[in-house]
Design a protein around this ligand. Structure first.
Ligand code: PMP
Length: 308
């Protein structure tokens, strides 16, 4: 296994990559009882700048709350541990993955008697769907798998178990020759990709799925909404049937890993002109300038991590 970083923060200790292991009896391995985050730090003049660290950190604690997990650290402590993880590993850009999970204790489904453990991993992660994808766009399909209904497993919690659905969507898409799948919700309306929220441009209006359509409340989604409003563009939350996407002028997926990725086709139907459209390009440029510290940080979204 490649060594992705030197040290992993495990319950307050710095553990070498090789020793950062977990016992097979841990509840999380059997029942997927982990909540986690995916955060990016960008290199701004040789200094790692974490994008929207407070919001990701808050969502981590919120996800844990939904699953009745008491995180044994305060918001301030997990935030500091994430900053320290970047510093200890000497990264100037990286992806940060804190995981809060149910550890070793009594066997059985009931997690309440198992300890809540935490680790933080960091590593370098390049472009999620490829460099070319950001300009040329990618081919996606509507997944044959639906997203979980609201009263099954909560989509607002970023829980490991939700990614069983994500993995089915992704595997199906890849084996059919697509980069990604977009899932519908229980009512057949657009939900989200396995790792991105969806935006649609039609007749000069930008639409994105409302939070009731089985989506994760994406932090990139929120950032794009803010940027669009800032640009004076009309943006709405709209429950969308799949055919609304077929006749869109532009579609793009957004997420911390995927950033702003245009679609050039959906279900082999060309979207707009079949490459990145002007609204997507504008929002993508504004987003990348913001995260890379090239634009004024008017919302205070960047946390610089000075090297050791
Ligand atoms: N939906 C799902 C299912 C995801 O995994 C992600 C990535 N975390 C997103 C949406 C986008 O969320 P964010 O912008 O907060 O990364």
């Amino acid at each position: 296994m490649d060594r992705l970083c030197e040290k992993i923060w495990m319950d307050g200790e710095w553990v070498d990559w090789d020793n950062a292991t977990l016992h097979v009896s841990a509840h999380v391995i059997h029942y997927g009882s982990a909540v986690f985050e995916g955060i990016r730090a960008y290199d701004v003049n040789g200094v790692a700048n974490v994008f929207r660290l407070d919001e990701h950190n808050k969502r981590l604690h919120d996800s844990a709350k939904i699953y009745r997990m008491e995180v044994p650290y305060t918001l301030e402590e997990t935030k500091q541990a994430m900053i320290d993880s970047i510093r200890v590993n000497g990264f100037t850009e990286c992806y940060i993955r804190p995981v809060v999970y149910r550890g070793c204790g009594p066997m059985g489904v009931n997690p309440l008697r198992n300890p809540v453990n935490t680790f933080i991993m960091t590593w370098k992660w390049g472009k999620y769907l490829g460099e070319e994808a950001l300009e040329q766009g990618v081919d996606m399909q509507i997944a044959s798998w639906s997203r979980n209904a609201p009263n099954t497993t909560p989509s607002f919690a970023k829980c490991g178990a939700n990614y069983a659905s994500g993995a089915l969507i992704k595997m199906e898409a890849i084996s059919n020759g697509y980069a990604e799948g977009i899932a519908l919700d229980r009512n057949g309306l657009i939900s989200e990709g396995s790792g991105e929220n969806i935006f649609v441009v039609r007749d000069g209006v930008i639409h994105t799925t409302p939070i009731g359509n089985s989506i994760l409340g994406g932090i990139t989604r929120d950032t794009i909404i803010r940027i669009a409003k800032d640009e004076g563009l009309e943006i709405r939350e709209t429950a969308m049937p799949r055919e609304f996407l077929y006749i869109a002028d532009e579609i793009f997926g957004v997420g911390t890993a995927a950033e702003v990725t245009p679609l050039r086709s959906l279900d082999k139907i060309k979207i707009g002109v079949g490459k990145r459209g002007p609204v997507t390009e504008l929002l993508q440029t504004r987003y990348m300038d913001l995260v890379q510290g090239k634009a004024e940080d008017k919302w205070g979204f960047l946390t610089p991590v000075e090297p050791k």
